[in-house]
Design a protein around this ligand. Structure first.
Ligand SMILES: NC(=O)c1ccc[n+]([C@@H]2O[C@H](COP(=O)([O-])OP(=O)(O)OC[C@H]3O[C@@H](n4cnc5c(N)ncnc54)[C@H](O)[C@@H]3O)[C@@H](O)[C@H]2O)c1
Length: 262
């Protein structure tokens, strides 16, 4: 399939490319340049440039949106909300049947859920709370849902918790790794985050209960706070790296992080 990736040069993008590149043609886009190890097609594109996203989507079978901007009220809205508007306009104009959207778990399961409840699942009514990142992503999700209803476009949304390396759980954003104190029990390895997108790209239409489905991407969590049954059952995604192994650092001695990704 021909796949357009929006915002593909962040932390998740390389793992999505890695999961997809052997079976699919990828056009990677972002406002920033790709990593020098990336060898495929690239286009500099901002997701708030709706016409640009429509043009880039011609001849595409699917669009995958990995873009995000966390601080700054206007930019967060332009990227997290209007980026989805561009993606959905592009799907509508180019008759693209499926889009894959991404975001954090709390764009759906905000503090009202997370602080008080258990067995949280992605079919709960969304309650993002007012945090800028979560709220703008939740608005973007609502844009997707409406387009999905009106224009018969499949929207599969993958919501992640913490993503980390299976060998170095400090991740690029942390400066110090403190053994056994450097991950939450919700950590998902980058490799598994990438294969979750592949599962969403490749799942057959008949497996989808509706045109607009949301999934939590998490390994099995012993305390049952979040429930990952839906992604397992419908997309057939299985995490390779589980909590016990991540916690005990079973997977070490990695090559360079992005060398492995590409
Ligand atoms: N990293 C995590 O732990 C985590 C956790 C939960 C959810 N997520 C979700 O996963 C997805 C990917 O996140 P990430 O960790 O790779 O984020 P990231 O910040 O590393 O990457 C985001 C990318 O979006 C790009 N971008 C920003 N503004 C843009 C614009 N106007 N047009 C096009 N691209 C633009 C950035 O250049 C960057 O390459 C997001 O939907 C995010 O909400 C990430």
């Amino acid at each position: 399939m021909n796949l357009l990736i929006l915002g593909g040069n962040g932390m998740l993008g390389p793992w999505v490319v890695r999961a997809l590149k052997n079976k699919h043609n990828i056009l990677l886009t972002d406002i920033n340049d790709p990593h020098p190890n990336y060898k495929g097609e690239f286009l500099k594109l901002s997701v708030d440039d709706t016409q640009g996203v429509i043009n880039a989507s011609k001849n595409m079978d699917m669009i995958i949106n990995l873009s995000v901007l966390r601080p700054d009220r206007k930019l967060a809205f332009d990227v997290n909300t209007m980026g989805n508007y561009s993606m959905m306009m592009a799907a509508k104009e180019n008759k693209i049947k499926r889009v894959i959207n991404t975001g954090p778990h709390y764009q759906l399961a905000g503090p009202q859920y997370e602080e008080w409840d258990h067995n949280l699942n992605p079919d709960m009514p969304p309650a993002s709370g007012t945090r800028l990142y979560a709220h703008t992503k939740a608005l973007g999700q609502e844009v997707c849902r409406l387009f999905s209803n009106y224009y018969d476009i499949q929207v599969l949304t993958l919501l992640y918790y913490n993503m980390k390396h299976h060998w170095d759980l400090s991740g690029p954003e942390a400066s110090n790794t403190v053994y056994h104190n450097d991950m939450t029990p919700y950590t998902t390895s980058w490799i598994d985050c990438g294969t979750a997108i592949k599962s969403a790209v490749e799942v057959s239409d008949d497996k989808l209960p509706s045109n607009c489905e949301t999934f939590f991407v998490l390994p099995d969590i012993p305390h049952g706070k979040f429930n990952n049954q839906k992604i397992r059952n419908i997309l057939g995604w299985k995490p390779k790296y589980h909590n016990e192994g991540l916690w005990n650092k079973e997977w070490r001695n990695p090559p360079d992080r992005l060398t492995e990704a590409f």
